[in-house]
Design a protein around this ligand. Structure first.
Ligand SMILES: NC(=O)c1ccc[n+]([C@@H]2O[C@H](COP(=O)([O-])OP(=O)(O)OC[C@H]3O[C@@H](n4cnc5c(N)ncnc54)[C@H](O)[C@@H]3O)[C@@H](O)[C@H]2O)c1
Length: 372
């Protein structure tokens, strides 16, 4: 397997998660190509140099175009703010680089569609950071559904709640401006819930939604005044999946007390499965078998029986963390680049997820059912 050179653009929350994954992936999974950490980009240049040293990259730049054009870079991680994804991805694809892009793909569906088309034309490999579907617990839920453990699926209920914008005194950030962030709670959080709903139930046929912005303006961090919050704090949706299953989805970034409550219940004709990302190593399963008096939920704790947990740790119950999901995500991508099986979600799969997310916004804005 040929060594791959890596370029990383953006070193915040997700930049660090990608850097940790690049550092760990070959120690966890022996079957992926060797990596060279070539170029790191951030602004200003001094920050790029500091972070390149910290993350172990050979070179630093404050111009992402230099990184994309660097002949020693084969794979580009896009972990910069949402408004940069489209332009960077088009340039990287046209330069023949494989792309590991954070979600959401872009600010608008038109941009996301162009990214998918340009990547397909360039013949490069892509993956998008919908990391929660890489959780061994989630993959076990999919296996349980496939094996008929809860019968026929009848209903999906999902919430994704955080409280990072609940405090009205929280200063304004780029996440509140449509030209920089795109959608609000939907683009930040709701898209993860949609990725899981689709992974469990299948594509969405149509939906009807409502949105609200609770805190309509926020103080600027430098104390110079207020700026408007242009996107939604909360989105609530009723969904019809292709095939007839119904469901509900709710996303909020102003839900006090909730830190990452990416939570769903999958109701079947003979049982149900529940998941909560705040307890990401557990699935709760109810099956209507045996005497009624002995029926109840059981908690399944992830273990080496739930691949690829065992690649991290031989002992059950010791638990994975969210950064491990990035290692699993990256491993699949590197195998795909090396000629292995396709990965989910690539740009094409992510576009399908984001069509649903934008349909939610469209429905709320038009006050009407939208067909996806
Ligand atoms: N997969 C997930 O669970 C998850 C979680 C959080 C964020 N995200 C996504 O990751 C992306 C980044 O979010 P974040 O939370 O890491 O943001 P962040 O603000 O923590 O980090 C953004 C980084 O990009 C850098 N940057 C800004 N402009 C740049 C430029 N022109 N060139 C190079 N670097 C530049 C910033 O200096 C910063 O280091 C977003 O698209 C976000 O939606 C995904």
């Amino acid at each position: 397997m040929r060594e791959l050179g890596v370029g990383l653009i953006g070193t915040g929350f997700m930049g660090k998660a990608h850097a940790l994954a690049y550092g760990a992936v070959r120690a966890v999974f022996g079957d992926v190509p060797a990596l060279r950490l070539e170029v790191l980009c951030d602004t200003p240049a001094a920050k790029a140099r500091t972070m390149a040293t910290q993350f172990g990259f050979a070179r630093a730049t404050d111009n992402w175009r230099d990184l994309v054009d660097d002949p020693r870079v084969d794979v580009v991680s896009i972990t910069a703010p949402n408004n940069l994804h489209h332009e960077i991805a088009l340039a990287a694809a046209r330069a023949g680089k494989h792309i590991y892009c954070e979600k959401p793909l872009a600010l608008t569906l038109d941009q996301a569609t162009e990214m998918e088309q340009v990547a397909a034309e360039a013949g490069i490999k892509t993956i998008v950071g919908y990391n929660y579907v890489k959780n061994p617990a989630f993959m076990h839920a999919q296996s349980l559904v496939g094996a008929g453990a809860i019968g026929d699926i009848v209903h999906f209920r999902g919430w994704v709640d955080e409280d990072y914008q609940a405090n009205p005194d929280q200063p304004w950030t780029w996440r509140a401006r449509i030209s920089e962030a795109g959608l609000g709670a939907l683009g930040d959080l709701g898209c993860h819930l949609v990725s899981m709903a689709v992974g469990l139930v299948g594509p969405v046929e149509s939906l009807i939604a409502d949105m609200q912005t609770v805190h309509k303006s926020r103080s600027l961090a430098d104390g110079s005044g207020q700026a408007p919050v242009e996107n939604e704090d909360i989105a609530t949706t009723l969904v019809r999946f292709v095939g007839g299953v119904r469901g509900s989805l709710c996303a909020s970034r102003v839900a006090w007390g909730r830190k990452n409550r990416l939570n769903w219940e999958l109701h079947g004709s003979t049982g149900m499965i529940c998941f909560d990302q705040e307890r990401m190593n557990e699935l709760r399963l109810y099956q209507n078998t045996g005497p009624l008096a002995q029926q109840g939920f059981k908690t399944i704790l992830t273990s080496p029986e739930h691949p690829p947990y065992g690649s991290f740790c031989p002992a059950p119950g010791h638990q994975l963390g969210v950064n491990d999901l990035k290692v699993i995500e990256l491993a699949g991508f590197l195998r795909h680049i090396a000629g292995g099986a396709p990965v989910h979600p690539d740009f094409s799969d992510a576009l399908e997820i984001e069509k649903i997310v934008h349909a939610i916004a469209e429905s709320a804005q038009s006050d009407a059912r939208v067909y996806v």
